[in-house]
Design a protein around this ligand. Structure first.
Ligand code: ADP
Ligand code: ZN
Length: 530
């Protein structure tokens, strides 16, 4: 006798073969699909390229009704729908790029039960008209793509996502699946909470990309460094070079072309025709390099990208991971190479300080930058650092990143770490107040700033015990402690707090090894108090 579970499994597998032409499920796909087809809610954390789409597309095909996919990537909807239609899946989308008639047609198809999948932009679900429409049709599953957009602490926050909890309230019997590639543990919790999915089962795939070699070099003459890297290791390979500005995208593409490496630019300032032409050349040709701003890459699925290079520092570890993750989807050896320098830090701090957004936004951007800097400065295995950042188990060393291959010079920072940690302890325990890195460093340096005087911090026994290091060096130490999880940043004020690991440093059970700050990696002098 066939159990219900076996029936679900075999129907899912049959759909995989028949519709998508694949032999087998990958990783967690089968478990996710079985759970959702059976009516359960799911939160799926899978890296980019991991195969999230099938996790909702197959339930939408197997269950009766239309699968509603909420996605913020309006620019990709047309492509996604075209790709599905080419496979014979009845798919449609509704977003702001359509005119009234197009929208009416899709809505009519939905109401007639003629759609397997309907893609919607999140802002549409704010409209009563959309909710009314949905309640007049039959829905098989709600898929909430890029679910980290609901996290206010995250780097992609979209207010429209906050309204999505309404789906669970209005359609309690329709399973929901939230998917994301970028979620730290905190973001993951926030997704569950804000989308109102307390009973969802969580599926967490490994974020490790063992075939990608991570390397971060001090920036001197970036274009030249890039050229010699490519000549030495990636002659004739397809790859992506990310730059921050359109100007440097253009300049880099031109420089590579002049030096015999075929490269084209891609950024939002180019007209749509040129962009589409460059993108399709990249997908079609074997050894083309695309120099691009981060506008390039979303939804690009080219398996044989052999390298991703960053000439400028990404704004966050999430961004870095996502961009480097476009390399080596075929599983073959690939390189994630980045040139990183002092100027990057100065520039990004400036951008944050001058940028729009309120104080909370600035603090968030700044803490994302700190995590990125920590990855750049770590003396630890880069892969271990990345995996820890995403809340995943990590090996001590991976053997396939620059720090594992050529261990950096380190110094014994145990005493420095103890000085910082004991200052945090004293502020927290004796004064019941928490402070950011700035105040703690001022105390260690024995600076009588207004804020130090105001809180009587010059009376603390730790006042002035850290004069052997300069302010910039202390900042480096703090960032590295953050990176190693020996201290943590809390709340919207960026206050420093102890972690479970801090005790072992204070109790001298463990040594703290810090990476020697090479010149380009040194922190900028942001403020001079006098
Ligand atoms: P994500 O949304 O997680 O970034 P996608 O769903 O776009 O990933 O899948 C990435 C690529 O992997 C796509 O080309 C997809 O067709 C392919 N893929 C996904 N699942 C399988 C599978 N089980 N077998 C073969 N290829 C798969
Ligand atoms: Zn490593």
């Amino acid at each position: 006798e066939v159990t219900e579970r076996e029936a679900v499994q075999s129907e899912a597998l049959a759909t995989l073969h028949r519709v998508f032409g694949y032999d087998a499920f990958r990783g967690e796909q089968e478990a996710v699909i079985e759970h959702v087809v059976s009516g359960g809610d799911a939160v799926v954390l899978m890296p980019t390229g991991g195969g999230k789409s099938l996790c909702y597309q197959i339930p939408a095909l197997v269950r009766p009704g239309t699968g509603i996919v909420v996605s913020p990537l309006i620019a990709l909807m047309q492509d996604q729908v075209d790709a599905l239609r080419a496979l014979g899946v009845r798919a449609g989308f509704v977003n702001s790029t359509q005119d009234f008639d197009e929208r009416r047609t899709v809505e009519a198809e939905f109401l007639a039960g003629e759609l397997d999948l309907l893609y919607l932009a999140p802002e549409r679900l704010r409209l009563d008209a959309t909710l009314d429409l949905l309640s007049r049709g039959k829905i098989s599953v709600f898929a909430i793509d890029e679910a980290h957009c609901v996290a206010q602490w995250g780097h992609d926050f979209r207010p429209d996502y906050l309204t999505l909890s309404v789906l669970g309230q209005r359609w309690p019997d329709v399973p929901r699946i939230a998917l994301t590639a970028t979620a730290t543990h905190a973001t993951h919790q926030e997704i569950t909470q804000r989308l109102g999915m307390p009973d969802a089962r969580h599926f967490v795939a490994s974020f490790d990309r063992p075939n990608i070699q991570y390397r971060i070099v001090p920036k001197a003459d970036p274009k030249k460094q890039l050229l010699s890297f490519l000549r030495a290791e990636h002659e004739g390979d397809a790859g992506i070079v990310y730059c921050l500005s359109r100007k440097s995208v253009e300049a880099t593409a031109e420089y590579l072309s002049k030096n015999g490496i075929e490269a084209v630019p891609y950024h939002a300032g180019l007209d749509a025709g040129t962009r589409a032409a460059h993108q399709s050349r990249f997908l079609r040709e074997e050894g083309l390099v695309v120099c691009a701003t981060i506008a390039f890459g979303m939804g690009i699925d080219k398996p044989d990208v052999r390298f991703v290079a960053h000439l400028d520092l990404p704004k966050s570890v999430e961004g870095y991971y996502q961009e480097t993750g476009r390399a080596g989807r075929d599983g073959l050896a690939s390189t994630a190479w980045m040139a990183y320098g002092l100027q990057d830090v100065v520039q990004q701090r400036k951008l944050i300080n001058m940028g729009e957004g309120d104080e909370a936004f600035r603090r968030r951007a700044s803490s994302h930058l700190d995590s990125m800097l920590a990855l750049c400065e770590t003396a630890r295995c880069r892969r271990a650092q990345l995996l820890t950042y995403f809340g995943q188990e990590a090996p001590e060393s991976c053997g396939n990143c620059d720090t594992c291959l050529t261990p950096p010079e380190t110094w014994d920072g145990t005493v420095a770490a103890q000085k910082i940690l004991s200052t945090v302890v004293r502020l927290d325990r004796e004064r019941r107040q928490k402070f950011g890195a700035g105040q703690i460093i001022d105390i260690l340096l024995g600076k009588r700033t207004a804020k130090v005087i105001q809180f009587d911090h010059d009376q603390l026994s730790v006042f002035g015990i850290g004069e052997e290091l300069a302010e910039a060096e202390w900042r480096g130490v703090v960032r590295q402690l953050l990176a190693q999880g020996l201290i943590a940043v809390e709340g919207e004020y960026g206050t420093l707090v102890l972690t479970e690991e801090s005790g072992s440093v204070l109790g001298r059970q463990r040594e703290v090894l810090l990476r020697k700050e090479t010149k380009p990696a040194a922190a900028p002098r942001a403020r001079r108090s006098r």
